[in-house]
Design a binder for this molecule. Structure first.
Ligand code: CUK
Ligand code: CUA
Ligand code: CA
Length: 633
């Protein structure tokens, strides 16, 4: 059996044990699925950690890979990793794997003042007022199937939302709460040109979810929700009966693919794994849009909802809106090859990946006839990425391996054959997504691959019972040498998916352009700086630079509603200030040329030193003002 590391009572690796002792998922894989794939022997040999000629030990020694980025040099790529239930996006450099920045999305974040100033606070409130989110799938906008560096879109699995991040300023600028969707899981734009953004609903609920049909799961459903990119607006939903999981776009604007692991419409694990097959659900976007234009929808929670269920009259004619393709039970990831020819679904509970020829979907009567290959990759396949040289790379959650295989060979081979597999490499441990450089575009770069492992176990110094995840960087640019593991990177819980974008495709601002902000710039002119009272409302307009705020004192009365609008008038990049107000729970960041305002009730009498929380100069500590709150009578 595979030598995987077990844990002692401290959670540290001490010995080896069999994979099936460790992983409940393995025990769940029905034997018949191995048999069905005609691959019992292959599956068992890969379980033995000894894949014969395919084992990485037998590959020629890899060329020395230089992944070092010395001090003063910059990375070649940005990697945008979802932060999972931390609710944010992490920005890494590749190949250094240095974490360069975090972008708060669904979480409140004091270092960036996100959720503290009125605009971001109101944006989070308007999007439901939740204090957390669960980001899984960050996808960067494309033009003509290439990254254009404009936007990043990401889901909130926790609360059924989608967010847009502006990649000029690396900040979240819009959030849509999807009223007919719970558990927005997959997220992806419609390619080639990011014309629509999709949120993929995983958790089946009554639609609308207003208290009806609580005990009647046959009435539950889920939706594919479509949004426009700019402005970021909710356009329409398609309703289905099954659940939806991961999603990816075709390359020519016609088809969008999701997986469904709950075709059974079950509510328990046993029910959701009862059937031998589930679906890849293929949505024909132009046909759905034509149905919306023709008024063939029901408006629910203000959103046009098109009936895409299997029995829908819209699906019975010669041009069905939604096609349901049978794949082995409980698939997980689906991703489209860079040339747009195939959608490849990973089996999860089945040791295969299923290859669907996309153009066939408009030709065949039975959508199952569009299946052109099924390759036996190993146990627990979850996600597949591409190098642009005809290879696919699939993570094996159960086997803790990444497997490289040949796409054309898999189409030629018999269904269920393991012959197209080129190499397997162990990873540490239990990988979810993997992502190759620009894998989601029409032109992957083919050099770097990140495998996002769910477990890190013995790979880092112990830090107590909450372990970091382990994101492993591989070099995949040398097909003779094979995949080479370059480094382990600990990650705070927990990234799911990522997008890797060539650095020269982005052009971030280093100071704000005041014209891009909603609030007026406040200059040093006296007229622009004032403290004004209107009844019990106090409005302060001030600026800041090294090492002062415009006013030494701001005097208000207990109970006043106070708004402080501040501009950082610095022109120098990297010269940030903030307006931090102790015991009032306020820290508003202001980057150079940025104007932000914060509104609060002065409900605590006393002296509060407004200070700057960024260490901006030698006189940073002296950069202060007093908020004087005079007691009411
Ligand atoms: S994912 Cu969201 S459960 Cu495999 Cu795309 Cu981690
Ligand atoms: Cu401004 Cu410290
Ligand atoms: Ca199922």
């Amino acid at each position: 059996m595979t030598d995987t590391h077990a844990s002692d009572t401290n959670g540290r690796s001490t010995e080896t044990t069999a994979v099936d002792d460790r992983d409940p998922l393995f025990a769940r894989i029905p034997r018949r699925d191995f048999m069905k794939a005609g691959a019992a022997a292959g599956a068992m040999s890969s379980l033995a950690g000894c894949t014969g000629l395919l084992d990485s030990d037998d590959m020629p020694a890899a060329a020395d890979v230089d992944a070092s980025v010395p001090p003063g040099e910059l990375d070649d790529y940005y990697a945008f990793l979802s932060g999972g239930h931390s609710g944010d996006i992490r920005v890494y450099g590749v190949p250094s794997m240095r974490q360069i920045m975090r972008i708060p999305v669904f979480n409140v974040e004091s270092a960036r003042g996100y959720g503290f100033d009125d605009e971001t606070h109101d944006m989070l409130q308007d999007a439901g007022g939740y204090t957390w989110g669960d980001t899984h799938h960050p996808r960067v906008s494309q033009t003509d199937n290439e990254y254009d560096g404009e936007w990043l879109f990401v889901n909130d699995k926790a609360n059924g939302r989608m967010a847009r991040v502006d990649l000029e300023y690396f900040e979240t600028d819009a959030i849509i709460d999807l009223p007919n969707q719970q558990g927005t899981h997959g997220a992806c734009a419609l390619m080639p040109d990011t014309r629509l953004i999709f949120g993929v609903g995983e958790l089946r609920v009554p639609i609308p979810n207003d208290g009806r049909d609580l005990e009647d799961p046959s009435e539950y459903g889920s939706t594919l929700s479509a949004m426009s990119a700019d402005p970021f607006d909710h356009e329409w939903d398609v309703r289905v009966d099954c659940n939806l999981d991961n999603g990816d776009s075709g390359k020519n604007g016609e088809w969008f693919f999701t997986t469904s692991y709950n075709s059974e419409e079950g509510v328990t694990e046993a029910e959701m794994t009862a059937a031998d097959t589930d679906y890849v659900v293929a949505f024909n976007i132009p046909r759905i849009e034509a149905a919306v234009d023709a008024g063939e929808y029901e408006t629910i929670n203000g959103v046009p909802v098109v009936d895409g269920t299997e029995d829908s009259p819209l699906n019975t004619g010669s041009e069905p809106l939604v096609r349901y393709i049978d794949v082995p039970t409980n698939p997980h990831g689906v991703s489209v090859t860079p040339d747009g020819q195939y959608a490849i679904a990973s089996g999860k509970l089945d040791p295969t990946c299923t290859i669907i020829e996309i153009d066939q979907l408009t030709e065949v009567d039975d959508p199952n006839d569009a299946i052109v290959g099924r390759v036996n990759v190993g146990n627990g396949p979850l996600h597949t990425a591409y190098d642009g040289r005809g290879h696919a790379y699939t993570t094996l959650f159960v086997d803790s391996e990444v497997v490289k295989w040949d796409i054309d060979a898999a189409v030629e081979a018999e269904m269920g054959s393991a012959d197209p597999v080129i190499q397997k490499h162990e990873v540490h441990y239990s990988p979810g997504h993997l992502i190759a450089a620009e894998s989601y575009t029409g032109d992957p770069q083919g050099d770097w691959l990140i495998v996002l492992n769910k477990l890190s176990k013995d790979r880092f110094l112990p830090v107590g019972p909450v372990f970091p995840e382990n994101d492993q960087l591989f070099y995949i640019g040398d097909d003779d040498a094979g995949m080479e593991l370059v480094k382990d990177t600990p990650a705070y819980p927990e990234p799911h998916d990522a997008s890797i974008v060539r650095a020269d495709r982005l052009d971030p601002a280093s100071v704000y352009d005041p014209d891009d902000l909603t609030l007026d710039f406040i200059s040093t002119d006296d007229e622009d700086n004032f403290i004004e009272r209107d009844g019990d409302r106090v409005h302060v307009e001030m600026h800041s630079q090294r090492n002062y705020f415009s006013f030494e004192d701001i005097a208000v009365q207990e109970g006043d509603a106070v708004t402080i609008r501040t501009t950082n008038i610095e022109q120098t990049e990297d010269m940030l200030h903030s307006v931090a107000i102790p015991e009032y729970d306020i820290n508003v960041k202001i980057a150079p040329q940025e104007t932000r305002e914060v509104t609060f009730t002065a409900d605590k009498p006393g002296v509060y030193w407004i200070y700057c929380a960024f260490f901006c100069s030698a006189l940073h500590l002296e950069m202060r003002s007093r908020l004087l709150v005079e007691p009411a009578d």
